[in-house]
Design a protein around this ligand. Structure first.
Ligand SMILES: [Fe+2]
Length: 456
């Protein structure tokens, strides 16, 4: 049989690459031939892509420009307290709820600015206010793309004012761990800290069992300089419809509880000392979190571990305005078994866990995997550009963010119920707390934002 030179080369190449996987015999002729014929491998370069979509790679303003507040506008720092969580989760027929939830359109709705829209500035949002507010309820989130107005702190505020949204505090503002990007514009920083860029934030509503913001506007001023950081959004209705009915029924019947922090106390300490520590944490630390927390020892099985655990909650809730049943639950972000299987930069003290409320056992792997499957199937991963805003109905859609490289500047404003005073309540921010909160903020900057929110 005649062997062509090309075939010989191919054989040699094969033998050469095979030698990388199998222990070569020292006298192998093939190996000697290969090493004398094949030079060092070529440099590896990622393939290029010559066409950049019009909606990607937009440049924004410089940091000096985008952080400027309009000082002629009133100071919003005395904003509303985050409203109490509206639970409506009794007597849900799980299968019927899944059918109803399955009818919803894809979330988010994408709205692209035309040159005419951009020329209108804030007037675009004032003029289309009713339609956009209706779309927010219908789709669960709106992704505003290509708007020049929201490339700055001042313009972003004009947008939500034109929509009639009313800012409120973060659900865990009182912890002192949340940081403002511009306090007088009611604008918080998102998780931009370099120490947490490698941490994947799973899906969550900005919610604790006690407090939940009604809406949120996430804005990008500067995307991650070295890539990554896609914003994740998923429809709680779509996840509800997607979940295995048996798993869903089980979680609904057993309810869940979330632990938000771990304190590891030496297990050998006498029980009266451990009780004393528990009492101290209960009285001195827990109230800072403005959550209904119970201090429980060793619920995840680790000797000496004291966990702060939220009250039992239903993983399904009916939307306060539309009545639509949705998956309203932060297990995708907080389940330990999911965190342990993805990039996670949270120190042990801030690690969370999700329990079946009836037995206080951590969720088993099978249920975690089903929550992961159903949730991730419905994630839309957005590449946000400077000026892009994701407006979220926080009772309907869950959010998160992927890991990123380099620096970025994303921010968020939370909103209370602007059309229902009873739901909004009459609590305003107690600004006297401010100095104390800022001090804690600086001291504890190393802690992940995630730790603060029993969700995010
Ligand atoms: Fe969040």
């Amino acid at each position: 049989m005649k062997i062509t030179s090309a075939a010989t080369a191919a054989l040699l190449l094969l033998a050469s690459s095979a030698s990388a996987f199998f222990t070569p015999s020292s006298s192998s002729i093939v190996t000697q031939l290969a090493s004398s014929t094949i030079s060092s491998p070529p440099e590896r370069i990622a393939p290029d892509a010559g066409w950049v979509p019009e909606w990607e790679g937009r440049t924004g303003l410089s940091p000096e420009e985008f952080v400027k507040s309009d000082m002629s506008k009133p100071d919003l720092s005395g904003m509303w307290e985050c409203p109490l969580t509206r639970w409506n989760s009794e007597g849900i027929d799980v299968k019927a709820a899944q059918k109803e939830a399955a009818k919803m359109p894809h979330c988010p709705l994408e709205v692209r600015a035309t040159p005419a829209d951009n020329a209108m500035g804030a007037e675009y949002f004032a003029k289309n206010r009713d339609k956009l507010r209706a779309d927010l309820l219908k789709y669960g989130a709106i992704w505003f793309r290509g708007f020049t107005l929201m490339q700055s702190v001042a313009g972003n505020r004009l947008m939500h004012e034109a929509l009639g949204l009313d800012p409120c505090l973060d659900p865990l503002h009182s912890s002192g761990l949340r940081k403002f990007a511009s306090e007088r514009d009611a604008l918080y920083e998102e998780v931009n800290k370099p120490s947490l860029r490698g941490h994947y934030i799973g899906l969550h509503n900005e919610s604790t069992a006690k407090r939940t913001a009604a809406y949120a506007a996430f804005v990008c001023f500067q995307r991650a300089t070295e890539g990554g950081g896609r914003f994740l959004v998923a429809d709680g209705a779509a996840i509800l419809a997607e979940l295995n009915p048996v798993t869903l029924e089980k979680l609904y019947n057993r309810k869940i509880r979330i632990s938000v922090s771990n304190l590891d106390i030496p297990p050998a300490l006498p029980s009266f000392v451990k009780d004393g520590i528990k009492g101290l944490v209960d009285v001195a630390v827990a109230p800072k979190f403005d959550m209904d927390l119970e201090m429980i020892y060793e619920s995840d099985g680790k000797p000496g571990r004291l966990q702060a655990v939220e009250t039992a909650e239903s993983p399904i809730n009916r939307h306060p305005v539309t009545g639509l049943p949705v998956w309203f639950n932060n297990a995708h972000n907080h389940a330990r078994k999911l965190r342990d299987r993805r990039p996670c930069g949270v120190p042990e003290v801030g690690m969370t866990e999700v329990f079946y409320a009836d037995t206080m056992e951590p969720l088993d792997l099978e249920d975690c995997q089903e929550i992961k499957r159903a949730s991730e199937k419905h994630i839309t991963a957005l590449s946000m550009e400077p000026g892009d805003v994701l407006l979220v109905d926080n009772y309907r859609a869950l959010h998160g963010r992927d890991v990123f490289q380099g620096d970025r500047f994303h921010a968020v404003t939370w909103f209370t119920w602007d059309q229902n005073e009873e739901w909004r309540g009459n609590e305003r921010r107690i600004v006297e707390k401010n100095a104390f909160n800022q001090a804690i903020n600086q001291m504890m900057d190393w802690l992940p934002k995630d730790f603060e929110s029993n969700q995010s």
